[in-house]
Design a protein around this ligand. Structure first.
Ligand code: NAD
Length: 513
């Protein structure tokens, strides 16, 4: 008998185990009841499923010696350029009608495009993707967390990220639990039509597991408002009371029930934390220099808002390059280069002419006051932490600092605004979006940001009080129920706040049998 074909294997990592170290330390510190610890140390549900779809035809660049045989192949003309989607890897995707639409010369599956050279036609195949949704905990409310479309996702990663959402929703004090999910694939390798088909199929499978009062996805790396719109349509199409389904995803376009301020909310929340950090030290944020890793949703919004507050962006690094200008990078112009330049297929800061290109690795040694990791996990290793010049690391990304990195930052006296408060602005405004959907309301950006600022800064101050062992009570602030009688690192203090808020639900509601 032939062996069954191998399924893609999970990478052999233990991100989840590592991510739970702070949880266990905080649980020990507050004497968390053993049964509550058992409930929290594993997710409620781990859903893994597969999505199949048919890809469109692709044109793959054809170079090298074998290509010489096609020297005389006449150039084909495809009149409708919109039928061709260039991908970041040099391949082109053709709409089905494209090959029929123009004067096409094909020889052995090879064509020459005018001014573009030779390509092999790769017929659209059926493919299968591995998909996930991990629902970690719902003690405080419906599961809540983003969807990530990325090549390097795994069950292990989603377990870690879904648990982080449980802590984050508790810290932000929004009535949700934690979840996370997504699909293992690179969205940059697909056309819009393919991404739509993949997203619809994902929701087709997910529909029985989620709902506006059960589990509410949102954008994360590789997904955006457009993906949320497809998911909403797939979830609610044909339903009699579609209006009641609007809150099944957040991060929607404002024209279809999204919240004002949601796109920038994560960066905005991070900027509020940084503003508070400076205010507590009586130091001016205006004039402070910062570096930012990742110039996507979170990094670019944080950079834009901090510049508006008077700070100066001196370096940016992303997956494809790094740029530097000690006098300050024009963040608006950089956003236009990344988001609106049709030549910039990788949507990278690389190639931006308004600043000096530097080696990606040199980014970490740039002289600055604030370092903002806003890309993926594990960016600030021990070695990177040794080289940082900043006095503050403000975490926009999830889990950007390794355990070793954390140790070095502490030894060097570098402050940390931990991810679970630093990037909680996104889920906080997602909650506002969800309320607006339920109430059929539309709040102004001013209202949203005023609420967000109050929420983020008051929860940040509670964490600071726990870290400084400083019980304080006033009309709108009370940290007396959280401080432990000893000083703690900020990351641990944030976890203490989360666990105390989650613990209250188990203590007061008990356990159903
Ligand atoms: P995004 O896809 O919009 O942008 C990601 C950015 O990171 C891009 O600029 C990309 O080039 C860069 N990047 C990717 N790999 C890199 C690498 N190896 N080195 C350097 N740069 C790299 O994603 P986003 O929504 O901005 O999310 C960024 C981080 O923030 C993620 O960790 C995400 O989980 C977290 N986060 C996002 C939100 C949100 O509302 N979008 C909320 C909370 C947390």
């Amino acid at each position: 008998m032939e062996d069954a074909p191998l399924l893609e294997r999970e990478p052999e990592t233990n991100i989840f185990g590592e991510s739970m170290v702070v949880f266990h330390t905080a649980a020990d510190l507050i004497g968390l009841a053993p049964r509550i610890r058992l409930e929290l140390e594993q997710p409620d549900y781990e859903h893994i499923f597969y999505i199949t779809t048919q890809l469109q035809d692709r044109l793959v660049p054809f170079r090298g010696e074998a290509a010489a045989a096609y020297e005389r192949l006449p150039a084909s003309v495809i009149p409708n350029r919109a039928a061709i989607t260039p991908l970041f890897n040099g391949k082109l995707i053709l709409r089905p009608e494209a090959l029929r639409s123009g004067s096409i010369h094909v020889q052995d599956g090879t064509i020459r495009l005018a001014d573009q050279g030779l390509y092999r036609i790769q017929p659209g195949a059926f493919v299968r993707f591995k998909a996930y949704r991990v629902q970690h905990n719902q003690a405080r409310g419906p599961y809540k967390g983003g969807l990530r479309f990325h090549k390097a996702v795994s069950l292990d990663l989603f377990n870690a990220l879904s648990a982080e959402m449980t802590w984050k929703t508790a810290i932000a004090d929004v009535p949700f639990g934690g979840a996370k999910g997504g699909i293992r694939m690179d969205p940059r390798e697909h056309s819009k039509e393919e991404l739509e088909a993949i997203s619809l199929r994902y929701m087709y499978r997910l529909k029985q597991l989620i709902g506006p009062n059960v589990d509410i996805p949102a954008p994360d790396v590789g997904t955006n408002a457009e993906v949320m719109a497809w998911l909403l349509r797939q979830y609610s199409d044909g339903e009699r009371e579609r209006v009641n389904h609007r809150g099944v995803v957040t991060g929607k376009d404002v024209r279809i029930g999204g919240s004002e301020g949601r796109v920038k909310a994560t960066g905005q929340g991070l900027a509020y934390c940084i503003e508070e950090w400076y205010a507590q030290r009586g130091a001016p944020l205006a004039g402070a220099r910062f570096i930012v890793q990742g110039f996507g949703n979170v990094g670019s919004a944080a950079a834009e808002i901090l510049c508006r507050m008077g700070a100066r962006c001196v370096a940016v690094q992303d997956a494809d390059g790094a740029i530097y200008d000690p006098n300050g990078i024009d963040v608006g112009a950089l956003m236009a280069h990344v988001n609106d330049n049709p030549q910039n297929l990788r949507r990278s800061v690389a190639g931006y002419s308004g600043a000096q290109a530097i080696a990606r690795d040199d980014f970490w040694s740039v002289d600055a006051d604030i370092c903002i990791p806003a890309a993926l996990g594990d960016a600030i290793t021990g070695e990177v932490a040794e080289r940082l010049k900043a006095k503050l690391v403000a975490e926009g990304a999830n889990r950007p600092t390794t355990t070793e990195g954390d140790k070095v930052l502490a030894e060097r006296g570098i402050s940390v605004i931990p991810d679970i408060i630093g990037n909680a602005g996104g889920v906080t405004v997602s909650y506002y979006e969800w309320i607006q959907n339920k109430r059929m309301e539309h709040w102004t950006e001013g209202e949203v940001n005023a609420r967000l600022e109050r929420a983020i800064k008051s929860n940040y101050r509670l964490i600071c009080d726990i870290a400084e062992d400083r019980p304080r009570r006033s009309e709108d602030h009370d940290s007396t129920g959280f401080v432990l009688g000893k000083r703690l690192p900020m990351r641990l203090a944030a976890m203490v706040l989360a666990l105390k808020r989650i613990e209250a639900h188990y203590m007061l509601e008990g356990f159903s049998q």
